[in-house]
Design a protein around this ligand. Structure first.
Ligand code: SAH
Length: 346
């Protein structure tokens, strides 16, 4: 691997040794990359010129900021970044009273094909490197000068479809000597790739796993999410229970409400039925309308009734506060709009 920002401290130490350099150089470089958030070797003032020269064939991954949209309503910021090969990704900064939360992408595009999601419309371009996931957080922290306290991997892409890079990203983000984020302040959201959920559980990390459920039976789920044809809800919930057993971490279920599709009283009762006895939490999100799709969001009353019906059955739910509704809303829309614009300019 020549991607220096994706290397662990131990790997950097080996690299320094192989270059005939002292081991402590690795700690210096690691600190520049992951704590001071440097974007080039030029900034690394305490490295000798000779070492910088040797490092020329090890480029530092740094994302280029193309656009920032700032919500006038709540200060939410949407960032559009360009990767070194020209691919585009987007990330979101949300400001809450309890701290700053960044939502990052794990892939450029996505191949999961969820029907209501904009990220998947052009398919998967490629997986992101660990450094490219990290740098979304680093660039946002640098540009605002404010510490990021929470990270959610809920932007474009399916994180468990980029599993090895995801694990390395988590290691680098939470390791000492970097931003040192607590695993408890990290959430990874999956559409439910069951075998990878078992693997992840066995890592026994203290992060939160969010599972995109969106329906209470297989038939409906299959209409919304192709992955549901591969794994039944029964298999998915079994993996969720296993995750809880191994980690002690309560699962969060994501449930996007689509008017007339999955938001009725019967849907709520069926959902409560399948989640009964599980240590979990349900996040209710009125679906964000995507131009290319015909799904309509549930009205306020339907959303509130859904929550009440769940709670009557003993299932906790939260209606997610909408952030940044005045800037390119739903997942993947900013990237998509940009790509359409450049396409039409050709
Ligand atoms: N691939 C992962 C993470 C990215 S999507 C996953 O599926 O969980 C993050 C969340 O946003 C998922 O719950 C996804 O289903 C949801 N989502 C995608 N498009 C949406 C839309 N238009 N409105 C509401 N939620 C949406």
């Amino acid at each position: 691997m020549t991607d220096i920002k994706s290397m662990t401290l131990e790997e950097l130490q080996e690299l320094m040794e192989s270059m005939g350099e002292k081991k402590f150089r690795a700690t210096q470089i690691y600190g520049w990359l992951h704590q001071r958030l440097a974007v080039s070797y030029d900034e690394m003032a305490n490295l000798p010129k000779s070492l910088k020269k040797k490092l020329e064939s090890w480029p530092v991954t740094a994302l280029e900021t193309i656009d920032v949209q700032i919500s006038k309503i709540d200060g939410t910021r949407k960032y559009l970044f360009r990767l070194s090969d020209g691919n585009m990704i987007e990330s979101v900064l949300m400001r809450y009273r309890h701290g700053n939360s960044v939502c990052i992408s794990s892939q450029a595009g996505c191949r999961m094909g969820c029907r209501f999601c904009a990220s998947t419309i052009g398919g998967l371009a490629r997986n992101l490197l660990p450094s490219e996931m990290l740098d979304q957080i680093y660039r946002i922290q640098s540009s605002t000068g404010e510490r990021i306290s929470n990270v959610v991997v809920m932007g474009s892409g399916e994180p468990l479809d980029n599993y090895d890079n995801l694990l390395r990203f988590i290691h680098l983000l939470t390791a000492e000597g970097g931003l040192h984020l607590s695993q408890r302040n990290l959430t990874v959201s999956t559409c439910g790739i069951v075998p990878k959920m078992y693997e992840l559980a066995d890592e026994k990390l203290q992060m939160t796993l969010a599972v995109s459920l969106h329906a209470s039976n297989d038939e409906k789920r299959q209409e919304l999410m192709p992955i549901a044809k591969k794994y039944s809800i029964k298999e998915l919930l079994k993996a969720c229970r296993y995750y809880f057993e191994k980690t002690g971490r309560r699962i969060t279920f994501e449930y996007s409400l689509v008017a007339g599709v999955n938001d009725t009283k019967e849907d709520a009762l069926e959902l409560a039925g399948i989640l009964k006895g599980m240590n979990c939490h349900v996040n209710l999100i009125p679906v964000n309308p995507v131009r290319e799709r015909s799904f309509a969001r549930s009205g306020r009353e339907a959303v509130e009734n859904f929550k009440i019906n769940l709670e009557k059955c003993g299932i906790n739910g939260t209606i997610r506060r909408e952030m940044g509704s005045d800037i390119d809303g739903a997942c993947g829309q900013l990237r998509k709009r940009y790509m359409e614009k450049t396409e039409s300019e050709k």
